[in-house]
Design a protein. Sequence first.
Length: 225
Amino acid sequence: MDFEQAVEKAPPGWRHFTVDDIARLPPFVRAHELARIPPGEQGERVVQALFWTLVYHLEPDRWDELARSEPIHPELIDTLPRGVRVGLDVGAGSGRLTQHLVTRCDHVVAVEPSAGLRSVLSRRLPRVDAVSAWAEALPIADRSVQLTAACGAFGPDMAILDEMRRVTAPGGVIALVSPEEPEWFEAQGWQRVTAPAMPAPEHPAWIDDFFGPPDPPRELVMLRV
C-alpha cells in the first residue's frame, strides 16, 4: 500500500495516536517506516499512514483482539497444503495464520518485527520459531521452505515477493491470505480462491469504533514455485 492509500484507508482509530507516538516506536522500526514517507509529509497524514505500524508496535493487544474478531475463512485454510516439512509465516502478528500452519507443517517459523506480537505468538504457540525480521530481508536460507504464507500483510510488492520466492523450495507453495490487490495476483497466474463472506464473531463494540467493522479474511492467492 502506498502512502496516499495508507492515508486514505486509515481506520478511525488513527486519532488515538499523535505525532509524538512515532518517536515511541523502536528505533529500527521508526527508521524503516519513515523511509517510506514521501519528503515534506508531516503531521496527521504521517500518523494516518503509520496507523497499523503504531498499533502493531505500541498497542499489540488491540491488534490481537481484532485478529481474533477476524478469523480466516475455513475454506481458505482447507486449501493450504498438508504434510509440509517446513512452513513460514511472514508478518505473523499474534499467530492468526500460524496456528493453522502448525497443524499442517512439521516445523513452523514465524517472522514478525513487533516484539509485542511475537511475545503473544510465542506464549500461544511455544513450538513455533518466532524471529524478528522484515519481509524484504528474511533470515531464511534459499529454497528451504515448502510453504511460505502470509495473512493480510502484503500486496504486489516485488521486493517482498522476490524474497518469498527465494526461500521457497522448488515445488513449494507461496500462499497469501487476504492480500492487497488480489486481482493483480490472479492476472499474474496465481490461483485465486474467494470464499463466501461470513459474519464476524461476537466482539467488543470498541473494535468497530477503532478499526471499523471486522471483515474476516476470505481471499487467498497461491503460487507453486
